[in-house]
Design a protein around this ligand. Sequence first.
Ligand code: DC
Length: 230
Amino acid sequence: MNKLIIAIDGPSGVGKSTLSKLLADELGYVNLDTGAMYRTVAFAAERQGLNIDDRSELAKLCKDIVIEFARDGASERVLLNGEDVSAQIRTPEISLMTARVAACPEVRQAMVQRQRELGSGGGVVLEGRDIGTVVFPQAEVKLFLKASAHVRGQRRFLELQAKGMGSSLARTVAEVEARDAADMNRSTSPLRQAEDAVVIDTGDLDISQALMRMLEVVAARHQTSDSAGA
Ligand code: DC
């Protein structure tokens, strides 16, 4: 069977990371978490004490660093110049910085180039915001995951509660809405659904149902691409 390029886009909180990993495992594909790449740039900038509003500093940083992914058993690790930074890139501070760093056109250009290098051979699931629209507009499978801000806010609220971090549901939903607005309204590569993407609303589905739906879309695409290639 052909090794496809699978693009998965959507806002945060739709279950994208979990579902992308499961889908890649199920297909024996490599999973590429592109958000982790932007997070790694933000982390490197912070560590070097760079001014993240200075586009030329960020552009230079992107040329100087090497971002790689490594598999350690079931867990995926992100490496910055060979150093495992998987935990450090997930802090709330780095999340905030990442949204700003990811709006820099020079950073996006460098990351998109790296994503194309890593993904162009196929057999890959790429997860992000602009995969089906910018990185691989020719991807054989494009999925756009969505769920209402209320559903996503509620999930996030439960996660925060489980970690013992206090917040209110209304506030968490408002934060989700604010992040969506920032993602969709930025001038460089805003989050938007590719016209030919298959939309899956994960609000109505549990993880296994959503995965099943994704596998159905991939299987249908395999059938058409295999018969076209035959
Ligand atoms: O998916 P995530 O939360 O790890 O993404 C981190 C940040 O990077 C978030 O602000 C959105 C941004 N991002 C992006 O602009 N383009 C991508 N392809 C992936 C993530």
